[in-house]
Design a protein around this ligand. Structure first.
Ligand code: SF4
Length: 414
């Protein structure tokens, strides 16, 4: 892992996780004085809102607004850190927990004190490599609140917010429907704040340095630095920390540069979007710029596809994975995702007749699941049809159809 002017990864060494003494030398103590009063908590939340920090788990929701939604005079929320990272395209959360667990724990503690939380939980997959670092870090600390650790099964949908809440309430790590949002009624029936572990690490630094410092890096729309998982045809795939606003081409250079000509870039993981390399290369890595290009930042993952690889075949494998990983509770996941994966497989075998039913399914599946899992698969499939239109074994009219109508709206990942 290499970091350019890092904040989260400063002090990182290849020797292993940063120890508490080194963490304190690098960042100083966590200032908690006055944070446990109603006025102190409100001030802290206002500072977070002013910083412009957005969640790092996929949806990019403003963290200040999430905090405001769970606090109140007679409310004792539950605070949950999501380090489950179910997407195979992402390893940033595992890397962060493995090398800088104290920053994540600091952010959890500051948040819990400022919101007067009744319970604090850090969730990871039960076989996550960072779990050992977190356990070791917890044993070195004397925190004012106990942080529980919860290990969820390593499934894709287990990392959805409602899966975490469901798991902590019932032991079942699958998404739930029903319209009640976690911030209203979540774990133990309490308002529940669920944020990505990287978000908590930024909160740890914000607590020390304030919102103005946070905004010194990045852009107005996407302030601060971000961890990015870079994979595919680059010389040094890995997790990098960079300022928002860095172009995707410069991110490839940070990862050692492309190993050859690049055809397309998958932005945002398995629920993300393909962009042609010619468009992606100069695109600043921000919420606004990616949104304007028809993609979304998602889990901050970039996968560089070389020209010699088939985009349709690569996407067909990913769609099969997403179909297999669904919880199988709702129609779109039980029937729709396997059908889309089948259609794609037929397209890769040169069957033009697969195109028409595939197009119909992509139109009808959007926003039909109890969670956003099918939407992610639809977004991936639609972007592949558009970006890899030259691979589609179609008549002229079918190919035009793919280019003209395949784009679907982007949205929060899960
Ligand atoms: S849409 Fe799919 S993943 Fe989401 S709750 Fe329904 S079956 Fe589960």
């Amino acid at each position: 892992m290499i970091a350019a002017s890092p904040r989260l990864l400063s002090g990182w060494s290849a020797a292993g996780p940063i120890q508490l003494s080194a963490h304190l030398r690098e960042h100083g103590p966590l200032p908690l004085s006055g944070l446990d009063t109603a006025a102190g908590g409100r001030r802290w939340i206002a500072e977070v809102a002013a910083s412009g920090l957005r969640g790092r788990g996929g949806a990019g929701f403003p963290t200040g607004r999430k905090l405001q939604a769970v606090v109140g005079e007679h409310r004792r929320p539950v605070v949950v850190a999501n380090g489950c990272e179910g997407d195979p395209g992402s390893s940033k959360d595992a890397a962060l927990l493995a090398v800088a667990p104290h920053l994540v724990l600091d952010g959890l503690i500051a948040t819990a004190v400022a919101t007067r939380a009744s319970r604090v939980v850090l969730c990871t997959h039960d076989r996550a490599p960072g779990l050992r670092s977190v356990r070791a870090a917890l044993s070195q600390r004397r925190d004012p609140l106990r942080i529980e650790l919860a290990g969820l099964p390593p499934r894709y949908v287990a990392s959805a917010e409602s899966s975490l809440v469901n798991f902590l309430n019932t032991g079942r790590a699958v998404p739930t429907s029903g319209g009640t949002r976690a911030y209203e009624r979540g774990v133990d029936g309490r308002p529940t704040l669920v944020c990505n572990v990287e978000t908590f690490a930024h909160l740890a630094l914000l607590s020390r340095h304030g919102g103005r410092w946070f905004r010194e890096r990045g852009t107005a729309d996407s302030p601060g630095t971000t961890l990015v998982t870079v994979s595919g045809a680059v010389a040094a795939a890995g997790v990098y920390e960079t300022d928002f606003g860095t172009t995707i081409g410069d991110l490839a250079a940070l990862a050692g540069g492309p190993t050859g000509p690049i055809r397309a870039v998958l932005v945002g993981g398995y629920a993300g979007s393909w962009l042609p390399a010619t468009i992606a290369e100069c695109l600043p890595f921000t919420h606004a710029d990616l949104g304007a290009a028809g993609a979304s930042l998602g889990i901050a993952a970039l996968d560089f596809l070389p020209v010699e690889r088939s985009g349709l075949r690569t996407t067909a494998r990913m769609l099969r994975y997403l179909a297999d990983e669904s919880a199988g509770q709702c129609g779109p996941c039980r029937f729709g995702l396997p059908a889309i994966a089948d259609d794609f497989a037929r397209l890769t075998r040169g069957v033009p007749a697969a195109h028409t039913p595939l197009h119909r399914r992509l139109q009808t599946l959007t926003r039909r699941g109890a969670c956003a899992h099918p939407d992610g698969a639809v977004r991936l499939a639609a972007s592949a049809l558009s970006t890899f239109a030259d691979e589609i074994p179609a008549t002229h009219s079918a190919r035009g159809d793919a280019v003209g109508r395949a784009r679907v709206p982007n949205g929060g990942r899960r």
